[in-house]
Structure formats: C-alpha cells, structure tokens
Unconditional design. Structure first.
Length: 322
C-alpha cells in the first residue's frame, strides 16, 4: 500500500495521522519537489500509488492514465476543480474533500484582507519598517455594502463576522438557499447588479468549468472608484490583466487576493501597485485548519479501506459523509 502526499503543509503540526498510516506498514511518501507539481511531475509520482492526499496539484486525464493502482484521491482542501472528475469516475477512483476544516480560517483571512486593503495596513507597515512615518487615509468597513459571491460555508462565515460591522449584504449563489438569505437579510441579486452596488465584493465561489472569468473588463466597468475586490477563492474568477489595468488607472479602490494565475509565480505588475494586498495562497493555513485537514484527509482513506483507527489519534474530521 503506497500513499502519496502532495501538500507540503500536511501533518506540519500533528504527525500522528501520518505515523498511524506508517504503523499499518504503508509506504507514505511526500512531495520531493516541495512545490505544486506540474503535470509531468505528477505523472511520474503517481505510478504505483494506491491513495493520494492531494493539495493544489492538478490531477489531469494524463496523470490518471499513469496512476495504474490509484483507488482514492483524498483532497487536502475542498476545491476539486484541479481534478478531472469525469476521468476519475470512469476509473472508479473515489474522490473526497476535507469539508469545513478550513472554513473559519479562510473567513477570518477574507475579513483581514478587507481591512488591510481599505485601511492600507500593509503600506503603512512597510513604510514604518523602512523608517518612514507616513500616514495613509483609508475607508471604514462599518456600514459598507458587501457583495458576497458564493453563499456556501465560507461565504456564510464571512457574513457572520461582518455583521458586527453593521454591513448590508448582497448575495449570489448558483444553488441559492432562500431561507438562509431571508433569515440573514441578504438581498439576492445577479452578479452584474452586485458589481454595480457593492462597496466590497468578496469571492467565495468555484471557478467556471470553462475558465471564463466572472469579473472581466466589462464587469469592472460597472463598479465605482471606491469598489474593493477580495479574492480568497480562485484566480480564474478574475481577468488579471483587466484588473491590473483598472488598478493602475485607479478605476477601482483596491484588490486583496490570496490567489494568482500561474501560482507560485505571479504577474510582476502586482508588485508595483500600492492599492493591492497580496498573499501566497495562505488563507487556509492556520494551525487549527491544518490539523483538521490532516486528520480528515487520512480519515477518508482509512474509511475507504475499512480500517479502524482506534484511539491512535484524535480525529478532527467534520465531514463524516464525505
């Protein structure tokens, strides 16, 4: 039995789940490249592997064709747009996610990005560290109109946190829960209407299957000059070139993002702007979230193979039904 772990943060703070797999006599191997693997690297690594604990690496049809023994992909996270699900199903490969394990961490981070962007916190921090006492005037978060694209677990936790700021909420979700929206006084609108009305737009939706951005040049044109966009979801939701042009021309107020096209490489134009806050896909990376995702990802593999873990380690899995 061989398990491939592609995520570099897996087990970082709690080694017990990994040790338990090893105690079963399983061969557990990590990511020897220490970065998100490309297709060629994944094609090489999956040969002879029975289970994958998958980070953000892409599992394409070509990768699955090389995975001659693969039975389960236990996603270390919740996004599955990096997996060819049709091909996995065709090959009877189980796919699971660590649902709800990093929800609170990402929601906290999204609100943090909002504050950092509208109050220029990273700018004044950088200035002061360089010995420059320079104040910058920003915007309040209180009483703002927040457009939430994606009303799943993370979007809802963001709304919960922002209620303390007396914000007004606009919302959109492809699979709308009308009862939730009514209970939480969320005005339901189509994305284009949200772009026209929202002070802050926060993205919590999966990318479109065909890669078409939700926010492009036309959509940015609907926004006002004080609009802020926050992206802790998917880089593909935004046309980066159109966004960069708008930021360079001060057509919108700012952009706070944790995701980029071509990660870990980013468009160098971002680095020249002072109206952006950038972070390296780290919204889900808290100690608590990593521990939950680690044990949950292993739980799914153990459950799939019908193995009792006993009391060897305490589970943090919040998604018993996968």
């Amino acid at each position: 039995m061989k398990v491939l772990i592609t995520s570099n943060s897996f087990g970082k703070f709690d080694p017990k789940p990994k040790k338990f797999m090893e105690s079963l006599g399983w061969q557990v191997v990590g990511n020897r490249y220490h970065h998100i693997m490309n297709e060629a690297e994944m094609m090489e690594e999956v040969v002879g592997v029975d289970a994958i604990i998958l980070g953000s690496d892409t599992v394409s049809k070509k990768v699955l064709e090389k995975a001659d023994q693969l039975k389960i992909i236990s996603r270390y996270g919740v996004g599955i747009d990096n997996i060819d699900l049709m091909e996995a199903k065709k090959r009877n490969i189980e796919v699971t996610v660590t649902k709800n394990c990093n929800t609170e961490a990402v929601a906290d981070y999204a609100v943090g990005l909002m504050l950092a962007t509208i109050r220029h916190i990273s700018n004044v921090d950088a200035n002061l560290k360089q010995g420059e006492w320079k104040k910058e005037t920003g915007l309040d978060l209180c009483h703002k109109t927040i457009g939430v694209i994606g009303l799943g677990a993370i979007g809802r936790q963001v709304i919960k946190r922002l209620k303390g700021f007396d914000c007004h909420f606009l919302g959109y979700d492809k699979y709308l829960d009308e009862a939730y929206c009514k209970e939480n006084n969320i005005e339901v609108l189509e994305p284009r209407e949200i772009f026209k009305k929202a002070d802050i737009i926060t993205l919590h939706a999966p990318g479109n299957p065909d890669g078409t951005p939700l926010i492009g040049k036309e959509e940015i044109g609907l926004m006002n000059k004080n609009t802020v966009i926050i992206n802790t979801a998917r880089a593909s939701l935004v046309d980066e070139e159109a966004l960069l042009e708008a930021l360079e021309n001060n057509e919108i107020y700012g952009y706070g993002t944790d995701v980029f096209d071509g990660e870990p490489h980013i468009n160098e134009k971002f680095q020249a702007l002072d109206n952006v806050v950038l972070s390296p896909h780290t919204a889900a990376v808290s100690v608590e979230a990593i521990n939950k995702m680690t044990s949950c990802a292993v739980d799914h593999i153990l459950e799939f193979f019908g193995i009792e873990k006993g009391e060897y380690y305490e589970t943090n899995c919040m998604d018993k039904n996968r």
